[in-house]
Design a protein around this ligand. Structure first.
Ligand code: DP6
Length: 357
């Protein structure tokens, strides 16, 4: 990246450090509107995963008069050139809105608290943390406070990666224009305001690591394959219905329909991949083996445990926190053999992003 020095333009060393969690979608964002930038074809809803996060520090170290984004990106303190093109195009998208990008050279230092090579997507937490730190820095650089800081951060995060806009808020978060959520928008996410009763108000997510290799088809490519998928219109209509049904289930505490929607959404996401051209499969045999074990465990124990899937082979086992002990025993005794090197990671779902002083 071209770095042009202009120390006079930046009188103070400015810095911002934010921690932003990842999230797991219950109703999936899969497919983008054909017009506009990064707008979802249907509304989605997710749980923010408190304990799986990215921490990003951005430091302004000198001015930039090059007329284009100038930055250095470090992952765990090491230069990561492979990530720069994505960040560069993100900065281009938000260039007009961010004086700090136009006028400064930025050093971005990012780290994830989950191990590399676990197949856990870091784009939601990564762009979430980057957007929060950028908005913070913009306020410090210009001396102007944003009207709604988190709303702006969510909109900015979306331009980096769609699902990242939901990571800006704690708990259950929705993204996409819909009738059931007030102030909903395709441009930013909205936190779910209604009261959620037990046992759905305190879910945990155990991510069972089935495959830790690089995905054969990225999510961004996967979204674009929906344009020519003959089932996409039906999928978008079903997703919109599932979004409003899951809100109803949360408000009424209807566990049975909640589970049915969550699992159906996961399978539809992968069905869309299989029905794409070219077709592809991201589930692995152990993904299916784990799903069957979860179904058998639910049947036998009568507990509200369920699975969902991301765009990958790993299984997310969702369960109320009150059953943590029995579920961890189940994982240790029945599921570890299906996990790569016996790996799994548990996360609570309560907390959202935090500014680190
Ligand atoms: C399957 O947000 O990663 O996780 O907007 O192209 O960056 P881009 O895609 P991304 O897609 C996430 C898809 C998903 C479902 C979801 O999180 O809703």
């Amino acid at each position: 990246m071209d770095v042009s020095l202009n120390f006079a333009a930046v009188p103070h060393i400015l810095k911002s450090n934010w921690r932003c969690p990842s999230n797991i979608a219950l109703v999936k964002y899969w497919g983008k509107k054909e017009s506009g930038t990064q707008l979802p074809a249907n509304p989605s809803i997710s749980l923010t995963l408190s304990d799986l996060y990215t921490e990003t520090t951005i430091t302004v170290n000198h001015g930039n008069v090059s007329g284009e984004p100038a930055f250095t990106f470090l992952l765990e303190g090491q230069s990561k050139l492979a990530f720069e093109p994505k960040i560069y195009s993100f900065f281009k998208k938000i260039w007009n809105d961010f004086q700090v990008i136009r006028e400064c050279h930025l050093v971005i230092d990012s780290k994830n608290n989950f191990p590399h090579g676990t197949g856990i997507a870091s784009s939601a937490s990564g762009f979430g943390a980057l957007a929060l730190a950028l908005c913070d820095l913009e306020q410090a650089h210009t001396g102007k406070m944003m009207d709604d800081f988190f709303n702006k951060a969510s909109e900015v995060a979306r331009l980096g990666s769609g699902s990242a806009c939901r990571s800006i808020y704690a708990g259950v978060t929705s993204w996409g224009k819909c009738e059931s959520i007030e102030n909903s928008s395709d441009f930013y996410a909205t936190p779910f305001q209604s009261k959620i009763d037990a046992p759905l108000n305190d879910l945990m997510d155990a991510v069972l690591i089935v495959d830790d290799s690089e995905k054969s088809v990225s999510s961004t490519e996967g979204h674009s394959l929906l344009i020519n998928n003959p089932y996409s219109a039906a999928r978008y209509a079903t997703a919109a219905k599932n979004h409003s049904r899951i809100i109803d289930s949360l408000e009424k505490g209807n566990v049975r329909s909640f589970i049915q929607i969550v699992e159906s959404e996961a399978l539809q996401l992968h069905a869309m991949m299989m029905a794409s051209s070219p077709y592809y499969i991201l589930m692995r045999p152990n993904t299916l083996a784990i799903i069957e074990k979860i179904w058998a465990f639910r049947e036998k124990e009568g507990l509200p445990v369920m699975f969902t899937l991301d765009a990958g082979a790993n299984v997310h086992l969702l369960y109320p926190a009150e059953y943590n002990e029995v579920v961890v025993n189940f994982i240790e005794n029945a599921l570890l053999d299906y996990c790569k090197s016996g790996q799994y990671l548990c996360s609570f779902t309560g907390k959202g992003p935090e500014k680190i002083q």
